[in-house]
Design a protein around this ligand. Structure first.
Ligand SMILES: Nc1ncnc2c1ncn2[C@@H]1O[C@H](COP(=O)(O)OP(=O)(O)O)[C@@H](O)[C@H]1O
Ligand SMILES: [Mg+2]
Length: 441
């Protein structure tokens, strides 16, 4: 049935009942009584309508608290509909509040900062990342002008110029921030901040590395080119001079090759697509091989000892060989004639330790923390003289990180240095020694 019929049919029926009642009274008791009853019932009807209108009015004043009456006649349906509307509204409000809470939580987990401001830059809301990036504090700064809170000339210029299509790169509290303002609705603006400190640092490291590597490669290349030019210009050089030139060129070529080899090793160690493939590394043969190489490098100029008294390791043989031989070759190269180099492998605490101790030139304390940086050298010319690339300890550091081992450096200038590598217990391979009484008969 249509809503009109639903309303009018019962109303008409109620009216007809009234008319019929009045007619009956009129018939039996005369016109006066009939008219009196008609008047009374019209009055009662009008009073009922007014009563419910009043109840509706007072409910509307305070829809949350007061209760809706059940109503009479057409009012029953109206009150039922109002009640339903109210219930839907409450449900919507709860949903909305939940959504808002979820949205705020998502915003607070965002690594980027979000600040909401009105059209004249008064702070309305911001997330924790924005507080951290811009040094804001929502409860303290709410309602303040953002340009009074972030007193940075570049930021203020950005706001004044209003060229918001381009982000602004801002140095703030030792951070590099990428800041952008996005107008939204027509009376609000969002300020978004992105912390680019880390990516900037990586970029800078990459630029430094390329600059350093090019510089390192250019020196030997210049030497080689110089001799080649001499050879071209003076084809009749004395054989001894020629041999001397060729020897120097070979040395420089070797230096370039070492450099490129170390650079490739470093790149591979840093690459995420190159996971560690652990295998059993037998320490005794490995260290004996390194000792032999060390004796060849030293050519009888040093006393070198090896003491192996530790378990085998779980790790990458090639990487560990490269790390250990870097440490040993450093010890030889930075130890003068007749010095002593002691290499040892032994248990230490739960783990095991590889140690190289030398009686060499030593390192002053201010250099020690920087030794594992790429191309960092205390004495550039000494490092070059001995075919150093400045990448050895950087390689060692990467290999050790991959094996979760740590490097300890102790050194006293003019006395000597100790480089100690500590491996955690879970990399050690413990031999199973069967006990006599547990052997089955
Ligand atoms: N055993 C050592 N004694 C003294 N100085 C050392 C020793 N090992 C490393 N160094 C210093 O650390 C620097 C960096 O070492 P490394 O990265 O292996 O590069 P390099 O190719 O120059 O040996 C060296 O240039 C040297 O100054
Ligand atoms: Mg080295």
């Amino acid at each position: 049935m249509s809503p009109q019929l639903l309303f009018w049919v019962p109303a008409a029926l109620r009216f007809l009942v009234c008319v019929a009642g009045v007619g009956i009274i009129w018939f039996f008791f005369g016109a006066t009584a009939g008219l009196l009853v008609a008047l009374l019932s019209m009055g009662a009807l009008a009073f009922t309508q007014l009563h419910y209108l009043y109840r509706l009015g007072s409910w509307l004043d305070n829809p949350g608290q007061s209760k809706l009456p059940d109503g009479w006649g057409a009012w029953t349906d109206i009150f039922a509909r109002l009640y339903r509307l109210r219930r839907d509204d409450e449900k919507n409000q709860t949903e909305l509040a939940e959504w808002l809470a979820r949205f705020r939580q998502a915003m607070s987990l965002l690594p980027d900062g979000v600040v909401i401001m009105d059209d004249v830059l008064f702070l309305e809301w911001c997330n924790p990342a924005a507080q951290k990036h811009l040094g804001l504090q929502l409860d303290r700064d709410k309602g303040m002008r953002v340009t009074n809170l972030i007193r940075n000339p570049a930021f203020i210029d950005y706001i004044i110029l209003g060229r918001y299509e381009q982000p602004l790169i801002l140095s703030l509290q030792e951070r590099k921030l990428i800041v952008q303002i996005i107008p939204f609705e027509n009376r609000r603006q969002i300020l978004v901040t992105h912390d680019a400190t880390e990516s900037e640092r990586i970029d800078m490291m990459r630029r430094d590395f390329i600059a350093n590597a090019s510089h390192e490669l250019r020196t030997p290349l210049t030497v080689i080119n110089g001799f080649l030019e001499i050879a071209l210009a003076q084809p009749n050089l004395a054989p001894e001079t020629r041999t001397a030139h060729l020897t120097l060129m070979t040395e420089q070529g070797q230096r370039m090759q070492n450099l490129i080899g170390d650079m490739l090793t470093l790149t591979r160690l840093e690459s995420v697509d190159y996971p560690l493939r652990p295998e059993r590394v037998q320490m005794k043969p490995l260290l004996e091989g390194i000792l032999e190489e060390a004796r060849a490098l030293s050519a009888g100029k040093h006393v070198i000892t090896l003491d192996v008294d530790g378990p085998d390791l779980q790790g990458s043989l090639d990487e560990l060989r490269s790390a250990f031989s870097n440490l040993v070759s450093n010890a030889i190269r930075y130890t003068p004639l007749h010095g002593t180099i002691s290499i040892s492998w032994e248990r230490k605490g739960d783990g095991a330790q590889f140690k190289v101790r030398d009686t060499g030139i030593g390192i002053s304390p201010e250099h020690i923390s920087r030794l594992t940086e790429r191309f960092y050298r205390v004495d550039k010319s000494r490092s070059r003289e001995t075919q150093g690339t400045g990448l050895g300890l950087a390689i060692v550091r990467h290999v050790l990180i991959r094996h979760r081992a740590t490097l300890g450096i102790e050194s006293v200038p003019e006395v000597g240095s100790t480089f100690a590598v500590l491996f955690p217990a879970n990399l050690l391979i413990e031999e199973f020694v069967p006990q006599k009484d547990s052997v089955s008969r």
